[in-house]
Ligand binder design. Structure first.
Ligand code: BES
Ligand code: MN
Ligand code: MN
Length: 463
């Protein structure tokens, strides 16, 4: 397979231009204003899968956005890899904080990406990473290097909870039958410190609404005499953590798996500089649950964070008003064994119970999903590890991530297969944030590494 490097070298400009083409499409799944753009993006992905050599590609309708399915079955007796990715992206807001428009991709160099990075919403999460698989497939089919069967399933609702994908997977178990699932939608430690993600956190996302008086009131005439929903909401939220930054919801930690001293020592070996971490975020101190390191806090420990909060007057100048209502969106990141539906119930019960007289509280569950851990003693992980070792020149470090891809636990339940998370993004790539980008090095390294995974997985599986 020595000619993958040559293939990339001679097709590099086209690989970048094709990615730019889909990055120009604003496929924001959360905002109905982009409905047609999301649909157009699914068509574009279909076209690229056809060109990459799939025998059969279809747009599968669902109750929500369609799933693009493609396959190339070369011999049913050979192993089958199922590639999953998503073509939808997060909203670009706040747009004014972007240095260039989010859907007009530009290439710029950065300190971390001296070879250049593509700046656009979705560059890393997940269009760039999903597209590495399409280009790797193109290489394998056009040079006779595809060693096994492959199926692609690219969805358009990952950023809003993958509801239709659950629906689709339950109804298409046979169509999706596979020996391993391969996803590039996570990150790695650094471009010279490759790592493979071995765990994801679960998620429970809720919206809360506190209602006081039946209308907005003059804050002089009524101030001090009625419950102010914003005052109440912020106080309730503040009470959800104690002085050690433990979450105070009764039962919240009941099923949290405590790692052994050995496992924690193993984790602590991963290269990490607290100074660089603080410098990159321009903070003078880290903050979090007492008794745990930064890397533990953002991977093996559960969290509760306000993601948005609003109410009252936020326009120019001052308006003296006590709002009738206050709102917040809250995410809880969960660890394996915590059941997201149970946690959502616990939150709801607790939050309603701490509301003082004078207000009513409503908790609306949004979406969620289970966490995931994968052992490293399976052939999928071993094949990935060998592939990274060949292309990066060193063995990758297994690392649990703090992010969530809820559908991975569902894949295990419905399709009975393990997922290998070969992510090539960096934490500094600013996913979900203004100025999201993806390194050209990372994009091309992914395209180079993926065919080796196919090769080693097939060898290990058919041995
Ligand atoms: N690709 C991310 C998840 C991710 C990123 C995992 C980096 C590990 C490292 C995915 O698109 C995402 O954003 N997931 C959401 C959850 C979803 C239900 C909206 C998340 O983690 O907030
Ligand atoms: Mn993603
Ligand atoms: Mn995302």
């Amino acid at each position: 397979m020595q000619n993958i490097k040559n293939y990339i070298e001679s097709n590099k400009a086209r690989f970048i231009n094709e990615l730019i083409e889909i990055l120009k499409m604003p496929s924001v799944s959360a905002d109905p204003a982009f409905n047609q753009d999301v649909l157009n993006t699914s068509e574009a992905v279909k076209g690229f899968l056809e060109k990459a050599g799939c025998d059969h590609v279809e747009i599968c309708e669902t109750p929500g956005y369609p799933i693009v399915y493609g396959e190339k079955i070369i011999d049913p007796s050979l192993p089958t890899i199922l590639v999953y990715g998503h073509y939808d992206v997060q909203p670009a807001d706040p747009i004014e904080l972007w240095d260039s428009p989010p859907f007009e991709p530009v290439i710029k160099t950065t300190e971390i990406h001296p070879e250049g990075a593509i700046f656009a919403r979705g560059a890393c999460d997940d269009k760039g990473q999903m597209f590495m698989h399409v280009k790797a497939l193109e290489y394998m089919t056009s040079t006779g290097n595809l060693p096994c069967n492959v199926k692609f399933m690219i969805e358009g609702e990952e950023e809003v909870g993958s509801e239709s994908l659950g629906w689709f997977v339950e109804r298409n178990q046979e169509k999706l039958a596979n020996d391993v699932i391969l996803i590039s939608d996570t990150g790695m430690i650094a471009n010279d410190i490759p790592s493979i993600t071995t765990g994801l956190r679960g998620l429970s996302y809720v919206q809360v609404e506190v209602t006081g008086p039946n209308r907005d009131l003059h804050s002089g005439l009524y101030g001090g005499a009625v419950a102010n929903p914003i005052n109440v909401l912020t106080k309730m939220i503040a009470s959800l953590h104690d002085e050690n930054n433990h979450i105070t919801i009764p039962g919240f930690y009941d099923n949290v798996e405590e790692l052994s001293t050995e496992e924690r020592a193993e984790m602590a070996k991963a290269p990490f500089s607290l100074d660089n971490y603080k410098k990159a975020l321009n903070i003078d101190a880290v903050y979090g649950e007492k008794g745990y390191s930064t890397n533990e806090r953002n991977s093996i420990r559960p969290t509760l964070d306000v993601n948005g909060i609003w109410g009252g007057y936020i326009g120019e100048g001052a308006k003296t008003v006590i709002a009738s209502k206050a709102f917040a969106k809250i995410s809880m990141r969960l660890v394996p064994n915590q059941d997201w539906k149970e946690i959502t119930e616990l939150f709801k019960k607790h939050f309603e119970s701490i509301a003082p007289a004078g207000v009513t509280v409503e908790v609306k569950p949004h979406h969620g999903g289970q966490g995931y851990v994968t052992p490293i003693d399976n052939i999928g992980y071993q094949a990935a590890s060998k592939a990274y070792e060949a292309t990066f020149g060193k063995a990758p470090i297994p690392q649990r991530s703090g992010g969530s891809i809820p559908i991975v636990a569902l894949f295990e339940k419905e399709l009975k297969s393990k997922t290998i998370l070969m992510g090539f993004g960096l934490d500094s790539d600013a996913i979900h944030s203004p100025n999201e980008h993806f390194g050209i090095f990372n994009y091309l390294k992914g395209i180079e590494t993926i065919p080796l995974f196919y090769k080693y997985f097939t060898e290990l599986k058919t041995k």
